[in-house]
Design a protein around this ligand. Structure first.
Ligand SMILES: [Zn+2]
Length: 328
């Protein structure tokens, strides 16, 4: 009989959940508010409600449920059953032993992991990484996150913080990052890096007549969507922005390829989902920053699971036995 797990993806804004099969198929997908703006008590209530609804659905349908997996910002302590430190976009969540609460209420094994790590595991087991053993995933969004799979195993490091690739320093003379270090890669290649680059080009003499400026005047918001859309229409300023962003993205990915010699680099996140132009530009710049032999071994591919990645990754924790709550 096929086994299923509940996958829940807790984010700063949304709480996503579904019943996930061993093969990574998502049934009964749903999304609600994570309750973040009303504090940790409300987040906990939203999480418990989502789990209760999915457990009831599974039971009504006679599905064999083997556990609950949760993807959350922050680093998990499986003995405490919650986060060890804080999570930037979920203030107050660190003192909530949500794994214990889920375990006590539903009497199922509970697994949890950092959301980015869960996404990497989801892509590795059920998405773009299927059948590969040496994989690096990079996600370009609000920050730059990712993870590393070495010889088929997800690499967490000594205390779970491995894969903070956004804080690879790519320029000692760059901006000070949100983390306090100067010149982190994510200050160049995340959404705020793209916005900063765009402002600079738009402020130059040729920038005034850019489509981007016209759209901003019509109430558009400066971000990757608008920049890549203008670049698709061959707007000259947009093409220059996109080229610099591609170069900045390639600098970090080149270093990761030089260090890990992966056979596959999976590129995801909100910036990558604007369309193929991001990946095309990045790939064009890669040879300038990558050792030739390592680059030849690496395929650069888009992430495949999209908005379902966190849910599928959370369920993968259950199926692969990763980070289980150590109930007393
Ligand atoms: Zn940083």
């Amino acid at each position: 009989m096929e086994e299923f797990a509940i996958g829940i993806d807790l984010g700063g804004t949304n709480l996503k959940g579904g019943i996930v099969s061993e093969t990574g198929e998502v049934l009964n997908y749903s999304v609600t508010s994570s309750g973040n703006d009303e504090g940790p008590q409300r987040i906990r209530a939203c999480l418990m409600n989502m789990a209760a609804r999915l457990v009831a659905l599974a039971s009504d349908n006679g599905v064999k449920m083997v556990g609950i997996g949760v993807a959350t910002p922050g680093i998990i302590d499986t003995r405490f059953g919650g986060l060890t430190g804080g999570a930037e976009n979920l203030p107050g969540w660190k003192n909530t032993p949500f794994m214990r609460l889920l375990h006590e209420q539903f009497h199922l094994p509970v697994h949890a992991h950092n959301d980015v790590s869960a996404t990497v595991l989801g892509e590795f087991h059920h998405g773009a990484g299927v059948g590969r053993r040496h994989v690096v995933m990079v996600s370009f969004g609000t920050g730059v996150g990712g993870g590393i799979v070495i010889d088929g195993r997800f690499y967490g490091g000594a205390s779970g913080y491995a894969g903070e690739i956004g804080h690879l320093v790519t320029s000692a003379f760059g901006q000070v990052c949100a983390c306090g270090i100067r010149g982190c890669w994510e200050e160049f290649a995340s959404i705020r890096g793209i916005v900063r680059t765009a402002r600079r080009y738009l402020g130059e003499p040729g920038g005034a007549k850019s489509l981007i400026n016209r759209w901003l005047g019509d109430g558009g918001e400066l971000g990757p969507q608008i920049v890549y859309e203008a670049a698709r229409l061959r707007d000259e300023t947009a093409l220059r922005i996109v080229d610099e962003v591609g170069c900045n993205a390639a600098i970090g990915i080149g270093s990761l390829i030089n260090i890990f010699n992966p056979e596959l680099v999976i590129v995801g996140g909100g910036v990558a989902s604007t369309g193929p132009l991001f990946l095309d530009t990045l790939t064009r710049h890669l040879p300038d920053w990558t050792l030739k032999d390592s680059l030849e071994a690496a395929s650069i591919v888009p992430a495949r699971l999209g908005y379902r990645a966190g849910i599928i990754g959370a369920a993968t924790l259950v199926f692969e036995g990763i980070n289980r709550y150590a109930s007393p």
